[in-house]
Ligand binder design. Structure first.
Ligand code: COA
Length: 170
């Protein structure tokens, strides 16, 4: 059955992505970020984790997206132990539609989906120079867990940022 959930953000709507949205999502990824992926990777993430793949649109035109992967591995937040984690793989909003709350809404919707999938943590990597993204994540309570030197192909380092999804966890 088609998922008809959507959230209004001013004139825009944020809704779960559909397969037919993927060519436009790929195009936005190419326009906005230096990290690109194969078409099959976008399809794989939508198939494996539709609860965390959202798009933002204005009058039927897609202007932003977020896609994530559900993983199980070492906890990013605790010194020891394992966790089910939601990994924000890619999020972007077209330049002319930024600063309107879409980035924040996309991350919040994806985090909600991670909680539905039983994740105890959300995490992501972000370029050290990417101030707008770092501020966005910090506003949503993500904390810098560590710094990874030379993480990106061009040699720039990343911050690993994480958020606990367990209520009242310290
Ligand atoms: C990061 C990105 C997704 C933010 O999208 P957005 O729709 O502009 O974000 P929002 O409007 O929801 O802003 C959320 C918060 O981030 C902060 N923020 C956004 N842009 C900012 C900027 N240029 N400088 C400082 N803070 C900024 C604001 O404080 C804002 O909070 P507020 O609404 O309380 O003021 C967008 O800039 C983008 O697509 N960048 C290119 C792709 C990218 O870098 N993705 C992240 C990879 S890790």
């Amino acid at each position: 059955m088609q998922n008809t959930y959507y959230k209004r953000v001013g004139e825009y709507i944020v809704r779960p992505a559909k397969r037919e949205d993927l060519p436009r999502v790929v195009a936005i990824n190419l326009m906005t970020l230096p990290e690109h992926y194969s078409d099959s990777f976008f399809e794989e993430l939508l198939t494996e984790s539709p609860e965390t793949f959202f798009i933002a649109e204005l009058a039927g035109n897609i202007v932003g997206y977020i896609m994530c992967r559900i993983e199980y591995g070492f906890s990013t937040l605790k010194k020891f132990g394992f966790a089910r984690k939601g990994h924000i793989v890619s999020v972007a909003v077209l330049d002319e539609h930024r600063g309107k709350g879409l980035g924040k809404s996309l991350v919040l919707e994806a985090v909600n989906g991670m909680m539905q999938r039983g994740c105890g943590e959300a995490y992501l990597e972000v370029r050290i120079s990417n101030v707008s993204a770092i501020v966005l994540y910090q506003k949503l309570n993500f904390k810098i867990a560590s710094k990874i030197s030379g993480y990106y192909r061009d040699g720039e380092g990343a911050y690993l940022m994480a958020l606990s999804l367990i209520p009242n966890a310290s």
